[in-house]
Write a protein of this length. Structure first.
Length: 220
């Protein structure tokens, strides 16, 4: 399922069997699958753990959405998930997430979801006073990666805002992955040129605006 600007009522893509969809992406050459439990993101707890674990059996997986309990995060790792994504918890309990990151280096991704240049949490519905860069710098003393999402353009497939992406990527010492608004190969290339470690692409692939095979060539 894909949402426009993170709004629960604005679904752009909905597919019944996520495990088979995941298998298809892997068959076509996807190296890493980005899985978000949207029910979990809105309700504050993971709903589809077994589905995530099933996908992790045949693919490299990073998962987020409602992971606000460190015991669940640890269980996911022990069950084969490669990386866990903390959004709300990374804002609400910084020290707990840092301790977890030290115990599991290079496994934690800190989700920085930006709306109106402020970090949003709890399924993108609660605005904080933190800027994306401020939150990213909080975690510079840990072996984590950053997942920066521009919620203002998420799901619109209308293009990226490269200046906002560059502001985070160029001013943080951590590896940054970027999501939100990617609509064409030039967007992917621009994100990579500014130094991002990787790009998360969803709607553009599902709606056919981008072909995975073409995206993979950018990595070659």
């Amino acid at each position: 399922m894909r949402l426009v600007q993170g709004r629960r009522e604005k679904v752009t893509v909905e597919i019944e069997n996520p495990v088979e969809v995941a298998r298809d992406w892997v068959r076509r050459g996807a190296k890493v699958l980005h899985v978000v439990d949207l029910d979990g993101a809105f309700e504050g707890k993971l709903f589809h753990e077994d589905v995530v674990v099933e996908i992790a059996r045949f693919a490299e997986v990073q998962v987020g959405g409602g992971i606000r309990d460190l015991r669940i995060a640890e269980r996911l790792i022990n069950r084969g998930v490669d990386r866990v994504i903390f959004g709300t918890l990374a804002v609400k309990d910084v020290e707990a997430v840092k301790r977890f990151a030290r115990e599991y280096p290079k496994v934690v991704m800190v989700a920085i979801d930006s709306k109106g240049d402020r970090v949003v949490v709890e399924g993108w519905v609660r605005r904080t006073e933190l800027t994306p860069l401020e939150l990213a710098k909080v975690y510079e003393d840990c072996e984590v990666s950053i997942l920066y999402t521009n919620v203002d353009v998420e799901g619109l497939v209308s293009g990226i805002e490269i200046e906002k992406i560059a502001n985070v990527v160029e001013n943080v010492s951590l590896p940054v992955y970027v999501a939100g608004g990617v609509s064409c190969l030039e967007d992917v290339k621009a994100i990579k040129r500014c130094g991002a470690k990787g790009v998360v692409i969803g709607s553009a692939l599902y709606t056919g605006k981008l072909k995975l095979e073409d995206v993979l060539k950018v990595e070659e």
